[in-house]
Design a protein. Sequence first.
Length: 348
Amino acid sequence: MVLHRRSENVPPPGDCGIGKPRRRSFGAGEMDLPETKAQPDFSAAENGLSKRGPMFFSPAVREPVPRQNLRLAEIDLPAAKKCEKGKEWQGVYQTIKWEGEERVAWIRLNRPEKMNAMNGTMQAELMEAIKRTKRDEKFRCLVITGEGRAFCSGADLTEMGKDLDYGEILRTAYNPLILELQSLEIPVIAAVNGAAAGAGFSLALACDLRVVHESASFHQAFVHIGLIPDAGNLYFLPRMIGYAKAMELSLLGEAVSAEKAVELGLASRVIPAASWEKEIRDFAEKVASLPTRAIALMKHCLQKTFETPLPQMLEYEAAAQKAAGRTADHREGIRAFLEKRKARFSGR
């Protein structure tokens, strides 16, 4: 997890009327906004670096980098051929299923006999499938779900040897996966069809939206084996449900039911078993029909909310709104409003 420093600098005059103008020092992955005139650069959305959204600001670097140039740690794919940039996947997935529909891509974790426990092969294949989705501009939503009765039961402990360096496993496998998922400009839905435990809980938290099967549950299970939550869990969870509740779930390790997850704000809605497949597809199609570039800009700004002071956040919003206002989807939205019809967004 990247730790962000909170500046103790006094804000410049005009913010509160005291102090001298100073630059706020941001943590890794943040932009320095000099005083109050600096504006974040969303021009990449207009200059072809990404056809659908803004530049992604990598948590590992201070400078903005185009989406297609983002380099994260690579994971070897055992018994499978890596997909080179710009080419379709030619191998056979062993632990997941990938499906591309008209506007929605689907990743299904596929180790039902192991409750979709995550091993090295699954980590690598997930990374490859996310990159595959990112390369194709036609996809405007990604859904991640599980086969069988579990979403993901966490790391496969049966495949771990003794005296492992858990920190190194996180740095080389789990952390790059979470960063790759977070770098997606399209909305990502976790369709939690059953138990989401440990790293499976973290994977669900890293998605933009969570919809849950009536039998689903979340398990902050790390404490039961003497470990701490990881893979971004301690970053996402307190932002969603607050420090006190995040501490309670982490310390006690008690299960959270589907209904409780909605009550806490972990999930958007509970879907009955009888209509699970239909409602998930309908929801994914609804999300995919929204203005994709505006959503990318929303994601970028929301990811900065907790570390950015109000004056800088207002500048981020203004710069993002400028980029959104130049999209084809904005023009379509205005036309639809004036013509009193439903907008037909193209994602451009």
